[in-house]
Design a protein around this ligand. Sequence first.
Ligand SMILES: [Zn+2]
Length: 145
Amino acid sequence: MASGKARVPVIEGWFTTDEDRPQLLGSRCRSCGARFFPKTGACRNPECGRGEIEEVALSRTGRVWSFTDNRYQPPPPYVASDPFEPYAIAAVELADERMVVLGQLVPGTDVAALGVGAEMELALGTLYEDDEREYLVWKWRPTGA
Ligand SMILES: [Zn+2]
């Protein structure tokens, strides 16, 4: 963590990089209120399809909908740490939006203690790094952990 490297988002514009309270950035239709993540350029609600889109910060918390422990290195284009470190992934249903957002769990999360419905909050973590930079991505952390 305290490497002195620049910490930059792995994808620009998908989430804020506030270390304490990061938020996913989605879009909201001004006409029907539907929210999307990742952001869309137009409303994808088939019963609307015309609304103006605005950027909106999404809920920082949600509940586990499903999760898994990944012990095998995914194929490219996934950029894995070297050596590969197993990680867990959770699909979390956002508190307000009720949409499900996948993310890695922060390192050290006790997956065996996790269950469907567990409360989670958004955190920032390193996806990978090179000589100059740490590339940040959103991760899920059990609330209060
Ligand atoms: Zn709409």
